[in-house]
Design a protein around this ligand. Structure first.
Ligand code: SF4
Length: 114
């Protein structure tokens, strides 16, 4: 094996690693393509988190975080964990493994966008 073959083999291996890395990166990017199903309000985690599709229906006795004037301004679409545009009807939420939640919804993990 001459030195030119060794260099070519090294280049080939580097390209293979780069191609594999690109394939991994491509599978990680489209988060909204992975999130295809919407969270149902009767799921155990949704119930534990107080998730509702319509924030106006939150039981503020049970979830006082959404009570009062400041609480009434809390919606999924202005939560830091809502991975979508503010006017998107639904978007992935990391609390629910990036499944879809309603922009008009709410849960007790709500955090203001920075
Ligand atoms: S964490 Fe935020 S975006 Fe996710 S369900 Fe709760 S309020 Fe909605």
């Amino acid at each position: 094996m001459n030195s030119q073959n060794r260099i070519n083999r090294r280049k080939f291996l580097k390209l293979g690693v780069a191609a594999g890395g690109s394939a991994i990166a491509m599978t990680a990017i489209p988060i909204n393509l992975v999130a295809s199903d919407e969270v149902a309000m009767d799921e155990p985690l949704a119930q534990a988190m107080g998730y509702v599709k319509d924030a106006a229906t939150v039981d503020t006795g049970k979830f006082p975080k959404r009570a009062g004037e400041a609480g009434a301004k809390q919606f999924c679409n202005n939560c830091a964990l809502y991975a979508g545009e503010v006017d998107a009807e639904t978007a992935p939420c990391s609390i629910f493994q990036n499944r879809l939640v309603r922009g008009a919804g709410w849960c007790n993990a709500w955090v203001a966008k920075a």
